[in-house]
Write a protein that binds this ligand. Structure first.
Ligand code: SF4
Length: 241
């Protein structure tokens, strides 16, 4: 099967797969238009970015196999690509674990990867409570049943998953965190992520001020009433989804 075009590659990351040393592959395009997205070029104008051959990445991974634990496939939204399973399979064939970052809009693709043993860990975004607020956060109409189905599949991965929410001012507050935590009850981990305003797709959000530490602690307490393992994650190198 053809592999999707690769539009970015980080050779080594310590912050994209907790506890592991990982390489990170970026796939272009996304079916969401989150106003707080930091990857505008990758989702809106991927043709402006050079493509990186999988052969190049494969050679790097083989040379570094003694200390790289796994490969993160992120975007954009990786599941929009029909060749995703081929890419994940090729990475597995090289002997590396695979982590998928996803917005959860393609439950069949996610379940297919899980069923075929092509992913070892999934990080799924929860953008908003599963009601009309989801569409506002995603910037496009959202089929919430698809999100619910993906949540069920990700939960089935037991210890090998996390859900994550970016704390965007005006989008995520106390009520929203409580409802989102309920929607993922039973989760292995719920990561609240720092909002980075700098390159937000919606220029108005570039002036927004991220939550301060005390409010983050308060939100962690709220989420912790439903999900045992809640963490706060500061600025990430990639995939602020
Ligand atoms: S934040 Fe993630 S899901 Fe949203 S538009 Fe950007 S890449 Fe897509």
């Amino acid at each position: 099967m053809n592999k999707p075009q690769i539009k970015g590659f980080i050779e080594t990351s310590l912050c994209d797969w907790d506890g592991l040393i990982a390489s990170v592959i970026f796939l272009p395009g996304c079916n969401f238009r989150c106003p707080f997205c930091q990857n505008g070029e990758l989702i809106m104008d991927p043709e402006s970015l050079p493509s990186i051959s999988f052969d190049h990445i494969s050679e790097y991974l083989k040379a570094q196999s003694s200390w790289i634990d796994g490969v993160v496939i992120t975007g954009g939204e990786p599941t929009i690509w029909g060749g995703l399973s081929g890419l994940a399979g090729a990475i597995k064939d090289l002997g590396f674990a695979v982590k998928l970052d996803t917005n959860g809009t393609r439950p069949d693709e996610i379940a297919g990867l899980v069923d075929r043993g092509l992913v070892d860990f999934i990080a799924m975004d929860i953008k908003a409570p599963l009601d009309e607020r989801y569409e506002r956060a995603a910037g496009v109409p959202v089929d919430l049943d698809r999100i619910r189905r993906s949540i069920r599949t990700v939960l089935s991965l037991k210890g090998a998953h996390e859900f994550r929410t970016t704390l965007v001012p005006g989008f995520v507050g106390e009520e929203e965190v409580a409802l989102m935590a309920e929607a993922i009850q039973g989760a292995n981990r719920y990561a609240l992520q720092r909002f980075v305003p700098d390159n937000s797709l919606d220029k108005a959000l570039r002036q927004a001020v991220p939550c301060d530490d005390s409010f983050v602690s308060h939100l962690l307490e709220i989420a912790g009433k439903t999900v045992d393992n809640c963490i706060y994650r500061g600025k990430m190198s990639v995939g602020l989804s």
